[in-house]
Design a protein around this ligand. Structure first.
Ligand code: 5GP
Length: 191
């Protein structure tokens, strides 16, 4: 997606050899015009699928998922919660995730009322690195016996393991920008 790649090239900052910081338009300040283009692109790519729910993970996935949902018919957004809260129903689907950026494990939870076997789910997230967040969300859809139409990622770091792990599960993966390398602080795209 050309517009997204322009934003990444212009405003992305590389940390070390494998972290891309895009706080000015995606992860802190949010560029809603760009989010709308992203949402429309996800809709184009999944237009054949009758999606009933968009599933994401807090926090950065939520904004993208909400804007994307506006381009689908009557689709609700469910986000997996990272912290156990007293007001969360005790009937939850739960999975453990290893955080690439925080270097620690955490649990994600989704109330059983919000995912079921009648759902056809589109999983959305901001980044794909080693795939742990998406694998945790896929695990939750398995527990709920929901169908999965696919995974939509804004920025895939294709040099990490996430892509292969998702494809190995026979799940469709659509990434809007694919990064081949961040080595030496230089952002290079696959296509
Ligand atoms: P994974 O679970 O695929 O290893 O990592 C994906 C999650 O980690 C994303 O939800 C995202 O929040 C975070 N993440 C991974 N790599 C990056 C990165 O290079 N930049 C930013 N901003 N977040 C990342």
């Amino acid at each position: 997606m050309k517009l997204l790649k322009e934003h990444i090239s212009h405003s992305g900052r590389v940390i070390g050899n494998d972290i891309l910081k895009v706080d000015s338009f995606l992860n802190h300040q949010m560029d809603i015009g760009l989010f709308q283009e992203i949402g429309q692109e996800f809709k184009r790519r999944f237009s054949e699928n009758k999606i009933t729910k968009i599933l994401t993970i807090e926090a950065s996935g939520i904004g993208i998922a909400c804007i994307t949902a506006q381009y689908f018919d009557n689709v609700k957004v469910v986000f997996a919660k990272k912290n156990s809260a007293r007001n969360l129903n005790s009937e939850v689907y739960e999975s453990q995730v290893f955080s690439f950026t925080k270097d620690a494990h955490y649990n994600i939870r989704v109330d059983k009322n919000y995912l079921s076997p009648v759902d056809n789910v589109l999983i959305i997230d901001d980044f794909l690195a080693n795939g742990n967040a998406v694998l945790g969300l896929l695990d939750i859809t398995k527990q709920a016996k929901s169908q999965v139409a696919g995974v939509g990622i804004v920025i895939e770091k294709s040099f990490q393991t996430g892509r292969d792990l998702i494809l190995k599960q026979n799940v469709r993966l659509e990434s809007l920008a694919k990064i081949e390398s961040l080595a030496g602080g230089i952002i290079s795209f696959i296509d």
